[in-house]
Design a protein. Structure first.
Length: 604
């Protein structure tokens, strides 16, 4: 058993809560730009004083609506400025925020709202309201549904405007009284887990949990989390990582922007020009794959491939401190030809990226560091208020998810499971005492369900997930993440799932990346109109996938290697229920939906 602890925790006083930062910023730095919000295509500044006034006004409206201290309030919306505004207003009214992914089905909304006992709900659009209305008769405890986007021709009906007007008669001291009544150990939010293995559980996080996470993150990223820096948030705000980093930005007065238009993300990054970005590994995989595909389609593939190799070599040389003069010259040339253009796509001022949710993969981590954009990988869960470990500028090791954050300890159990203890560990599962007892020991250690290794310097390496371990018919334990992470790095592969439990060998289901597929068809002389379904047995396509599998198999033993694979005609998506909103695989759903393909792998 190995254990490692981060630096001492930065204390959270018993009477602190998450709204303190809003009032303190407005009082001491009232003219500082806290947000830039996009209005009619233009980024408009919002000062700390403006933000505090808006939070205060909406909080008064919530009080006028009859909400009491401790009441739960649902929030279902894409990533936008109002998400953060409403989050802090809910806290200022003494209430508890219950995030809901804007892609959630009516059944999912019903479960989250009913289980949490929420008395009010914010929805973003008329379409969201319509989703909720289909189960409205079963949400008997919900007294109010407010819509963020006002109906056409009636701007005063938008949630922020309506509540601001409704709360004018509420005396200001009532908001201040409510804020003072909420203490560090009171519940701030109930975040429902993604439900990859069953019905989502409500994870109860306190004000102390979030404040501890915020202070640990600022302690780890002093170069990024400070006034004058900026970040553009495009991850779903219902995700704990996006939420925690957002609160970090407010606390540190780092200027924050929001966008949910990921199709036009490059344009938004170009106009906002952030100092750093936050994303899950799949985003970095897509950035790399898109750049590589574009270079090859324009006849510049050899230059890109050489630049990629030089970036990886340069990054590795930084670890040894031995970058030879020839490598430095080559790197400088490629910086002008390739790397600078990649950084420009992120706005030209991006210093680093923060990543969480899954391991990125060593080659891509070296690639991004080599082009001058280090991806600072971290690890955590909803139950650890986002990051429990993280790589920083001062403590960075490619292939790991960093050291424990301040105040947090990590232990590796005898069976390899990662255990975590500290002020970022959640309070309990809402209405689920049994699940809480199974996850948390009496002395505070939380069982993550993930498998990992701690090196002697305290860096954590994720090796798999206990519930996802495949045991072959020959008794070999296989962690699918090792193979899947490497396969997804190939530009032609979108998603993959390793299979083989109780089977004689390991197989894989592969889906094709729709963005890279057209260029691949052109390069290989395939009909432009051909769909993936037409080419699942195409020799050229199978040969390319086989090459990717051969490369991934180098990371494992022969008994763990993928022996057969099937190319699926369609991709895994959130709409089919095969991916969570944070792009995690729902393995049970994939296995059910594609049972015949899995059977075909083992038919002979």
């Amino acid at each position: 058993m190995r254990e490692f602890s981060g630096a001492a925790a930065i204390k959270v006083a018993p009477d602190e809560n998450l709204t303190d930062m809003v009032w303190a910023n407005a009082e001491r730095f009232g003219n500082a730009v806290s947000f830039r919000r996009q209005i009619d295509g233009t980024w408009v500044d919002v000062t700390t004083r403006d933000f505090a006034a808006q939070v205060f006004a909406v909080a008064k409206g919530l009080i006028a609506a009859g909400l009491q201290v401790g009441d739960r309030v649902g929030l279902m919306s894409k990533t936008r400025y109002e998400w953060t505004l409403l989050d802090f207003a809910i806290w200022a009214a003494g209430c508890v925020t219950v995030p809901i992914y804007e892609t959630s089905s009516a059944e999912q909304v019903e479960w989250i709202m009913s289980d949490s006992g929420a008395r009010a709900l914010f929805v973003e659009t008329a379409a969201h309201r319509q989703t909720v209305e289909t189960v409205r008769d079963r949400l008997v405890q919900v007294r109010h549904i407010w819509q963020i986007e006002a109906p056409a021709g009636n701007p005063a009906a938008g949630a922020v405007e309506h509540l601001g007007a409704a709360g004018r008669q509420v005396p200001d001291p009532e908001v201040r009284r409510r804020c003072r009544s909420v203490r560090a150990d009171d519940t701030a939010t109930i975040i429902y887990t993604s439900g990859t293995t069953g019905r989502p559980k409500g994870c109860e996080l306190t004000h102390r949990n979030l404040l501890s996470e915020v202070r640990a993150a600022i302690n780890g990223f002093p170069q990024l989390m400070q006034p004058g820096k900026s970040m553009l948030m495009f991850l779903p705000m219902a995700h704990v990582l996006a939420r925690a980093i957002t609160v970090c930005c407010v606390y540190a007065r780092t200027t924050l922007g929001h966008t949910s238009d990921v199709k036009n993300l490059v344009a938004a990054l170009g106009s906002f020009r952030p100092s750093f970005v936050l994303a899950v590994p799949r985003v970095f995989e897509k950035v790399y794959n898109t750049a590589k595909q574009k270079a090859h389609s324009e006849g510049k593939g050899r230059i890109f491939d050489a630049a990629e190799a030089a970036a990886v070599e340069y990054s590795k040389a930084q670890d040894s401190g031995n970058a030879k003069i020839t490598l430095r010259v080559k790197h400088a040339v490629f910086d002008k030809l390739v790397y600078g253009k990649l950084r420009a796509a992120l706005g030209g001022r991006c210093e680093a990226a923060v990543s969480g949710g899954a391991p990125l993969g060593e080659r891509l981590a070296h690639f991004f560091r080599g082009i001058g954009l280090p991806v600072l990988e971290g690890y955590g869960l909803t139950e650890t208020t986002a990051a429990a470990t993280v790589n920083t500028y001062d403590a960075y090791k490619v292939g790991t998810v960093g050291r424990p954050v301040a105040g947090t300890s990590v232990r590796i159990a005898e069976d390899g499971e990662i255990l975590i203890r500290g002020p970022v560990v959640f309070h309990r599962y809402w209405n689920n005492e049994q699940a809480t007892k199974e996850a948390k020991e009496d002395d505070g250690w939380f069982h993550t369900g993930d498998l990992g290794q701690l090196d002697t310097d305290g860096f954590l390496r994720i090796t798999g997930r206990k519930k996802e371990i495949i045991v072959t018919a020959g008794g070999k334990n296989v962690a699918p993440a090792v193979l899947e992470d490497r396969l997804r790095a190939h530009p032609l592969i979108s998603q993959c799932m390793v299979v083989g439990d109780k089977q004689p060998f390991i197989g894989a289901l592969i889906t094709i990346d729709p963005d890279f597929f057209p260029a691949w068809k052109e390069q290989h002389g395939k009909p432009a109109h051909a769909e993936v379904a037409h080419l699942v047995n195409d020799p050229d396509l199978r040969a390319e996938i086989q090459q990717a599998i051969d490369e991934a198999n180098k990371a494992v033993s022969n008994a763990e290697a993928i022996k057969k694979f099937r190319i699926l005609p369609t991709d895994f998506t959130e709409d089919t229920g095969e991916l969570t909103p944070s792009l995690k695989l729902k393995r049970n759903v994939v296995a059910k939906n594609h049972a015949h393909e899995i059977d075909a792998i083992y038919a002979s």
